[in-house]
Design a binder for this molecule. Structure first.
Ligand code: ZN
Length: 295
């Protein structure tokens, strides 16, 4: 369920109603809008005090697939100098807002386009360890273009950010060596790109796509998933706690009953953390669950 026409209409109305705004925030900082808070975290690390960052307010209690932007977000996207979106149809509302407020000076960083992904691919790109280094480089380029006076600072911040991101690659390599080839189940495909990077064998993929797309999985797919949990054909269950589907909760209950360890993940970065710490924390939880004696 992804209504798109109404976003465009809302945005068009807002743009017609308002006067043109400067591309920079009042304090002279570069206006950056991140459609997801983890991209905003990377922008903040590279731009530091030279950017005025707006993170689109999606909390870990909300399903981002169902997000509808407010007129304020439409205005901020229209006015921004740099906009970072996920793309791959994860945030069609942002793509629509960009379309209705075309501006030649605005730089759009589309994580999907950067990493060669398209509509129909698993859109949870930030769980692929290759994505964020590419986004970080694009952010540094965009900032240097928008504000050449501080290019050296952006370059140095990029190097620091890439070094921090490398900790994720190191952890992925360790876990892949330890757990690669183990079968896992997931209620939803959010963690899929990371599971692939770790060499885990993800079962029940049709069920996951149905939950993500809010369609009903087939009786056969539900039965196969239940069998996997009951017979413990999978080592762990990865559960997207940000998507509130009844069937997914049924699988969580069955995993508990069958003593299959559960790893809860979120789509949106929790408050008061960074992208790197969030990823490392999730990888630690996964490692712990896969190390449990009965897995
Ligand atoms: Zn999702």
């Amino acid at each position: 369920m992804k209504p798109t026409a109404c976003y465009a209409l809302t945005a068009a109305f807002v743009l017609l109603a308002g006067a043109p705004s400067p591309v920079r925030a009042a304090d002279g900082a570069i206006a950056v809008v991140a459609a997801q808070n983890f991209y905003g975290d990377i922008a903040k690390q590279i731009g530091g005090g030279h950017i005025a960052l707006t993170d689109v307010p999606i909390t870990p209690g909300q399903d981002p697939h169902l997000f509808e932007p407010s007129p304020a977000i439409a205005r901020q996207i229209a006015d921004a100098r740099i906009v970072i979106i996920n793309g791959a149809h994860y945030d069609p509302w942002a793509e629509n807002l960009l379309k209705v407020s075309r501006k030649p000076t605005r730089i759009v960083i589309d994580a999907a386009r950067l990493t060669g992904k398209k509509h129909g691919d698993n859109p949870h790109l930030w769980y692929d360890p290759k994505t964020m280094p590419a986004v970080a480089r694009a952010v540094a380029d965009a900032l240097s273009k928008a504000d050449p006076a501080h290019a050296a600072e952006y370059k140095a911040n990029l190097a620091t950010t890439l070094a921090k991101l490398a900790a994720i690659d190191k952890r992925v390599d360790e876990l892949k060596a330890r757990h690669g080839g183990k079968p896992v189940a997931a209620t939803e495909p959010v963690f899929g790109p990371m599971a692939n990077a770790l060499g885990l064998i993800t079962r029940n993929e049709r069920f996951q796509l149905a939950i993500m797309n809010e369609t009903e999985p087939s009786a056969r797919d539900i039965a196969a998933f239940e069998r996997d949990l009951k017979n413990r054909n999978v080592k762990i269950l990865i559960y997207n706690k940000q998507v509130n589907a009844k069937l997914a909760q049924r699988m969580v209950a069955l995993a508990e009953k069958s003593k299959v360890p559960i790893v809860a993940v979120t789509e949106t970065m929790p408050a008061d953390t960074s992208y790197v710490d969030w990823m490392l924390g999730t990888l630690d939880a996964l490692d712990k669950a896969l190390n449990e004696p009965n897995t």
